[in-house]
Ligand binder design. Structure first.
Ligand code: DWN
Length: 387
């Protein structure tokens, strides 16, 4: 598999692309689902093309996240909030609006610059125990450390825990948000398995991990973003935060779903093979009827689906996407050109394969005209359907 966010410019098309094994394993001791082949983080994250703030859904989500946390835990003006994987500072911007002191940490130098231009102090480096010591010295203890869609990207989970523990004040909390493994399996979200995501977390393996570092999960909340995510609240042992019933409820849910049994993962693999077969049969049948098919959303997960299923520009003539960085480039491995979204209503292809299925509501609302003129969306997750 090529790097999932490794979009190519036209001149790159002739250069041989690096490909890497993409194999996902489950540990039959602690049941952590994880990749075995780790691409060096510098290759994937130093110059990064993904920004969440082009999606209204994510802007609303981050605002609710920040306002909710300040209200629920009575955070005070000037409390320090550190965001790991802070990207363009969108989430921290909402904390700053509530007079919190904010600091971003993100290795993507190109996007850290965007955050700084918005006045969000950002360190463009990987979060490690060493960096946590420097932050503690320069900024003091953090009331909250957040990490939205970031922990799964980190290879050294023990270093992360040590750094967070060191940086948090005694009653501080670490709030991590990530796509929930139970939803990934239930909804066949196989395309979210790619090199940026080294771990696919259920709650039980995280309880084991945090316990090794004198920390505990004290609350868990569900959120629908990215195909079903959870917010996990972690504190130091002995802090004022005591575990709520939600922790026990999620552990029971996972045992009920047999996430500690090998069959759950073998059945998932069988369902994924079925989706690949059905999608390719369907696209090829449309092509044989001379239908025009394009893609929508040059998402990292979209690149996984395209490369895994073998969808190339033979089947999809182009993909539209809202992110300026991606327009004018080509998808990794499949070399499909990417254009601005406006092309869809103008060009009116017969079918559009929705690669960014996690934003289906927002995108289908945006493309009412295309659909009123007979355009149809093909959606593959959780099962193949046309809308
Ligand atoms: O964990 C990660 C997730 C959270 O985001 C990162 N490792 C990488 C990234 O994955 P992704 O690229 O699959 O993310 P998105 O945000 O699901 O990608 C959506 C794509 O769709 C973006 O390229 C933007 C595009 N889009 C669009 O063209 N029109 C999105 C919306 C909402 C739209 O209206």
């Amino acid at each position: 598999m090529p790097i999932p966010n490794g979009f190519l410019s036209r001149k790159d098309l002739t250069i041989k692309e690096e490909r890497y094994p993409l194999e996902v394993y489950v540990c039959e001791d602690c049941w952590l689902v994880q990749l075995t082949h780790v691409i060096p983080a510098e290759i994937m994250f130093k110059n990064y093309l993904y920004i969440p703030s082009t999606s209204q859904t994510m802007l609303e989500h981050f605002k609710a996240f920040a306002v909710g946390l300040v209200d629920e835990y009575g955070l005070k003006p000037n409390d320090l909030i550190v965001d790991i994987g802070s990207n363009d500072g969108t989430l921290l911007g909402y904390f700053r609006e509530q007079e919190m002191r904010v600091l971003g940490v993100d290795p993507a130098s190109n996007i850290a610059q965007v955050a700084r231009l918005k006045g969000i102090d950002t360190i463009d480096d990987f979060f490690t125990e060493e960096l946590a010591k420097k932050i503690d010295k320069e900024y003091g203890k953090a009331k909250v450390v957040t990490a939205t869609n970031a922990v799964a990207h980190i290879n050294d989970l023990h270093g992360l825990c040590q750094g967070v523990r060191l940086l948090l004040d005694k009653d501080g909390m670490f709030v991590m948000e990530y796509p929930y493994l139970a939803d990934l399996l239930d909804k066949n979200e196989f395309d979210t398995i790619y090199h940026e995501h080294l771990s696919y977390f259920a709650i039980r393996p995280l309880i084991t991990l945090f316990k090794q570092h004198g920390m505990q999960i004290f609350d868990i909340k569900r959120t629908p973003v990215h195909g079903g995510s959870i917010l996990v609240y972690v504190s130091k042992k002995g802090s004022r935060h005591t575990p709520k019933d939600t922790v026990r409820e999620f552990v029971q849910l996972e045992l009920l779903k047999k996430l500690n049994k090998k069959e759950a993962y073998d059945e998932f693999a069988r369902r994924v093979a079925g989706i690949k077969r059905d999608l390719m049969e369907y696209l090829k049948s449309l092509k044989s009827q001379r239908k025009r098919i394009v893609g929508y959303g040059a998402a990292a997960k979209g690149n996984v689906l395209l490369n895994y299923c073998g969808v190339t520009s033979e089947l999809l003539s182009y993909i539209v996407d809202s992110i300026p960085y991606k327009q004018g480039r080509y998808t990794p491995g499949t070399h499909i050109p990417i254009y601005p979204e406006a092309r869809l209503a103008k060009d009116r292809p017969d079918y559009t394969l929705l690669l960014a299925w996690n934003f289906a509501d927002e995108i289908l609302k945006k493309q009412v005209k295309y659909r009123e003129n007979g355009g149809q969306f093909i959606i593959t997750i959780p099962y193949l359907r046309v809308e």
